[in-house]
Design a protein around this ligand. Structure first.
Ligand code: ARG
Ligand code: ZN
Length: 890
């Protein structure tokens, strides 16, 4: 049984919009139940675009009140109104259109357009929310100057914010007031924003590099004034960093960030008025973990950096999304790395950067690699979509950032910066394509290397899939010569299967070192540029057969295939002087052994002895006290189940979980004494700081604790409980709490759950932590989860809460979700359908849990398939969810 699929939009069908809309004036009569919007558009026919004379505007869930063209009220024959468009017929070359309409924010549960959150009003317009506020050419290549007047009840909405500069504010009759805003920069509608409500505001005055005074503001719910200091500091660091690293200054007099409790994603870069998920703004040591602090800094950086990469230069259409997202993720990753390394001596700085790189690569492998082999696989610039909201993907964002990073590697910092400068010189104020970006980079490349180009490199934008690079190494001891042959392959994936394209080789930078059998470098590190199906490089003066250290710093988003001997991996994991590949070698050992153990477990339901190689390399890292603590915590982490499952021919989640649990248990038991020492040696007394030094120590100490808990060490329960009770920061409290809930005995975890909730019920973001710890606990099955959803603090309306409970269960609770009885899968489809009626974007995201159904062992695969069918045949499915499930089933 198949349902119909939605309408497919193709990149090749792009047509410019036949009108310019240089200015738009908006007047809002704001209220939660019914907001009226009067929009005055100046439209000018483009002489260079010959399409019909009709003016077609997008509009959704709106009620039309009146329509005037050049001062004349239009009769029903002069326009056509449908569910999705307003078409005005016979529009003259230059005209003024006044549209009055209404929308219903309180009924808007999709959180796209104008909606209510708590007592406030917020907007979310990217990608297509503006059409839910008023009729407009809601596409990124139509750029206008906005003037906005907001009117509302003063007591209900004392603050009225929009983009740009505040022109004036005044009192009106009947307790109402008004604010007028003007944004001096032309922008597409997706960057428009309005916020109304009652907030506290943290302010900071500073100067830009060129000496202009600017006002920075962070708005948040009343009562959270002690949680915005870090956000403000992060914002100022972001400002300084963009000035020094890219020569880019803030172009407005005022820059505002507002925290919203109900928000579909992380944050939004509306011009001058960023709106954030509160989870990426609010933090203090008592409520937020080290991970939260870091995420806040990076998201604040990300949205701020969009002001240039996204806003000043924007996208021609949504196929070009990675133009701004891939580039901005690259920029925020570099920002975080520079912040982590700031002020540290060289070796510590290198390891702080390596930690950052490891975390970014882990994220890519856990989310993007599976996407790249599943039904939703798409190039970083997709060729088609049904619902654009489904394409804010790991591929567009994280792989997009890797593609920018490869250009950075190929050009070097200086030429890359020259390419960025050229990009802004050419395209400031325009809506452009990824090709325009590559052209600017190619220009910069050719300034220093005229013979080079990015012609082959462009294929990264057109082809999906993770290329596999096989490595052959030959050594001739007589000639002292080593040859390295790299061969690439990338079979068709996702949509490429249905409409085949001829896949060309990618341009892949492979950074490599060669080590002798004591771990010393045999030749200087090089970056090989693989541009053909297969190429060979020769290294002379290599007297012994080397061990290759491949893909240093993860120089390309590929899979490396090299037949490493066990002892070669052991050598790299003990001696590689590249911190990234050293970590990688240890993970490779663990993953290989885990897969073998999982297969054995599936066959004879028993856990074989822990592999000596894995045990040895792990304990070597445990003893390597000279290494930075944060880095050591990464070395000592057993690869997450998902990363291992992903590498299996037939994915077997329960088997992997089982062996992972046993491995941690055994390591904990065997090394209890050293783990206890490690715990004690990495306490961080004194004042809390989220910087990499102390955060790394906490990571290592808390990891030691989880091994001790996993192995049921007699002292572990006490230690964990003491830490839980007396922690002076949320990182330590959460680590202990998670250990008690996930690994503690039943006498321990019930009281801990009660205690934590009692202590923190007043703080919604901490309550989310409580929910997600319980939802992802191996003790939580569908029944327990259903109990959790009956908790008075649970609601399907708040995306953060849904992520903390439903997503945490379906995505992070392997045991509960994949339980043998199949109840987890049924629960999942129930929740997709329930959410779909409320918030299609979130529902579609949850639906993607089914993407990988065909790759599991047969019993899992069949059951997931049945649930996908169930979703697909639901009579009223949103376009969002329909696209996901129909692709999964095709
Ligand atoms: N541009 C935003 C960012 O900074 C994300 C917007 C996502 N929109 C959506 N409907 N999912 O990444
Ligand atoms: Zn972004």
């Amino acid at each position: 049984m198949r349902t119909e699929t939605g309408i497919t939009i193709r990149r090749e069908d792009y047509q410019p919009y036949p009108f310019l809309i240089p200015t738009i004036e908006l007047e809002f009569e704001l209220s939660a139940e019914r907001t009226q919007v009067r929009s005055r558009l100046v439209v000018e026919r483009r002489k260079d675009v010959l399409i019909s004379s009709d003016l077609i505007l997008n509009g959704e869930d709106l009620t039309l009140v009146s329509l005037e063209l050049n001062g004349v009220v239009l009769s029903q024959t002069q326009y056509t109104l449908t569910e999705a468009t307003l078409t005005v017929h016979n529009v003259p070359d230059r005209a003024e259109l006044v549209i009055v309409g209404t929308c219903q924010p309180a009924q808007n549960t999709s959180l796209s357009g104008l909606y209510v959150s708590g007592k406030h009003l917020f907007t979310q317009c990217e990608p297509q929310g503006f059409r839910r506020i008023t009729w407009f050419a809601d596409r990124p290549d139509v750029m206008s100057i906005y003037r906005v007047t907001l009117r509302a009840s003063r007591s209900e909405f004392p603050l009225l914010l929009s983009n740009g500069n505040l022109l004036q504010q005044r009192e009106l009759e009947a307790g109402r007031h008004e604010a007028q805003w003007h944004d001096p920069f032309a922008k597409p509608s997706y960057l428009f924003a309005v916020v109304a409500g009652d907030f506290v505001c943290r302010e900071h005055h500073t100067r830009t590099a060129s000496g202009r005074e600017v006002l920075l503001q962070v708005y948040s719910d009343v009562g959270t004034e002690d949680q915005t200091e870090w956000a403000m500091e992060s914002l100022e660091r972001a400002l300084r960093w963009d000035e020094t690293r890219f020569g880019l200054e803030l172009d407005l007099d005022r820059f505002m960030i507002v925290a919203a409790r109900d928000f579909n994603m992380g944050a939004m870069e509306n011009k001058g008025l960023n709106i954030f998920n509160a989870a990426y703004v609010l933090a203090n040591p008592n409520t937020a973990t080290d991970g939260n602090f870091q995420a806040i800094e990076s998201v604040i950086g990300h949205e701020y950096f969009h002001n240039w990469t996204g806003n000043r230069v924007t996208c021609r259409d949504w196929f070009e999304l990675s133009l701004k997202e891939g580039l901005t993720v690259f920029r925020d990753q570099e920002f975080t790395a520079d912040m982590m390394a700031a002020g540290l001596p060289a070796t510590e700085a290198a390891s702080a950067r390596a930690v950052q790189r490891i975390d970014d690569v882990m994220g890519l492998r856990l989310s993007q690699y599976p996407e790249d082999r599943g039904p939703m696989a798409h190039p970083i610039r997709p060729e088609s979509y049904q619902e654009i909201s489904n394409f804010y993907t790991a591929t567009v964002y994280s792989k997009g950032a890797e593609v920018i990073r490869m250009m950075h590697t190929l050009l070097g910092e200086q030429a890359f910066r020259a390419g960025m400068d050229e990009y802004f010189r050419r395209h400031d104020g325009q809506a452009v394509t990824c090709d325009d970006f590559i052209n600017a980079m190619q220009w910069a490349l050719q300034q220093t290397a005229p013979q080079k180009n990015l012609d082959v490199f462009r294929h990264w934008y057109r082809q999906a899939g993770t290329p596999r690079v096989s490595v052959q190494l030959q050594h001739d001891p007589v000639a002292k010569r080593c040859t390295v042959t790299l061969t690439q392959d990338c079979p068709a994936v996702g949509v490429e299967k249905a409409s085949p394209i001829v896949k060309q080789p990618f341009h892949i930078p492979v950074t490599l070192g060669l080590l002798d059998d004591t771990g010393k470098s045999l030749s200087p590190q090089v970056t090989l540029e693989l541009k053909e199906a297969s190429q060979t490089w020769v290294f002379d003066n290599i007297s012994t057969r080397p061990t290759p250290s491949l893909l240093r710093n993860f120089s390309a988003p590929v899979l490396i295939d090299y037949a490493y001997q066990d002892q070669e991996l052991a050598l790299l994991s003990a001696h590689d002087d590249n911190a990234f590949t050293r970590w990688e070698a240890g993970q490779e050992i663990a993953s290989r052994k885990m897969i073998a153990l999982a297969q054995a477990w599936r066959q004879h339901a028993k856990f074989e002895e822990l592999d000596p190689l894995l045990a040895k390399s792990w304990s070597a890292s445990l003893l390597a006290k000279d290494l930075d603590a944060g880095y050591r915590a990464r070395l000592l982490s057993i690869p997450p189940s998902h990363a291992v499952i992903e590498r299996m021919a037939h994915m077997d989640p329960l088997a992997v979980l089982e062996v992972r649990t046993r491995i941690r248990e055994q390591l904990g038991t065997t090394h209890a004494a050293t783990l206890l020492n490690t715990y004690q040696a990495n306490l961080t007394p004194g004042q809390y700081s989220p910087s990499p030094g102390p955060a790394g120590k906490r990571a290592l100490k808390n990891l030691a604790l989880t091994y001790l808990m996993a192995s049921k060490h007699p002292e572990a329960a006490n230690l964990t409980q003491t830490q839980f009770r007396h922690a002076t920061n949320m990182t330590d409290r959460m680590a202990a709490f998670t250990a008690l809930i996930h690994d503690g005995s039943s006498e321990l975890n019930a009281p801990a759950a009660t205690q934590f909730y009692e202590d923190w019920q007043h703080d919604q973001l901490v309550v989310d932590k409580w929910f997600s710890t319980l939802a992802s606990s191996p003790r939580t099955g569908v029944n327990e989860l259903t109990g959790l959803m009956a908790h008075p603090a649970f609601t399907m309306r708040n995306p953060n809460r849904v992520r903390a409970v439903v997503f945490a269960f379906c995505m992070s609770n392997t045991r509960g979700f994949h339980a043998q009885d199949g109840q987890g899968y049924h629960f999942w489809s129930d929740q997709v359908l329930a959410l779909d009626a409320i918030n299609p974007e979130i529902a579609a995201r949850l639906a993607r849990v089914g993407d990988q159904w065909a790759r599991f062992i047969p019993e899992v695969s069949q059951r997931l398939h049945a649930q996908l069918e169930r979703i697909a045949t639901h009579p009223t499915l949103s376009r969002n969810t329909l696209e996901i499930v129909s692709k999964a089933l095709s």
